[in-house]
Design a binder for this molecule. Structure first.
Ligand SMILES: [Zn+2]
Length: 137
């Protein structure tokens, strides 16, 4: 595509007002909300006990929902240290798939690790009580 092609392409498309763009984004957001009802999770809302530039500023804390003082910590900066491997000659679709699969897999592993820690904590410290659920985002 040349810059002339791009100019022709853009000239053929009517410019949208910022309000129209906002309305489109808002409609898409609402549609996405309706398409995916919030799921229940035992993972509590995270806390960020150390602010940047504290050396532990990557710590994300998930406190016990029963406020007993226990918390599970995850180091957000320790995540994603592995290089992204893209095959030579990968298409844009391959690249898109690789870049989308990675955070999904990481999120599943992270949620599993946090849930396991919370269930272990409840088994040891709050026997007979299920971890309370909340609606996920
Ligand atoms: Zn507890």
């Amino acid at each position: 595509m040349t810059t002339d092609d791009l100019d022709d392409f853009l000239a053929a498309r009517p410019l949208k007002s910022p309000r129209e763009v906002y309305d489109e984004i808002e409609a898409a957001r609402r549609a996405a909300e309706l398409a995916l009802p919030p799921e229940a999770t035992i993972i509590p809302m995270p806390e960020y006990p150390y602010l940047w530039p504290h050396p532990l500023s990557g710590i994300v804390r998930f406190p016990c929902a029963l406020v007993c003082g226990w918390a599970h910590d995850e180091d957000a900066f320790a995540e994603d240290r592995e290089p992204i491997v893209v095959p030579v000659g990968a298409s844009a679709q391959d690249l898109n798939r690789i870049l989308n699969e990675r955070p999904r897999q990481r999120a599943a592993v992270l949620c599993g690790r946090i849930e396991t820690a919370i269930r272990s904590h409840f088994t040891e410290v709050h026997p007979g009580q299920e971890p309370p659920e909340r609606r996920a985002w």
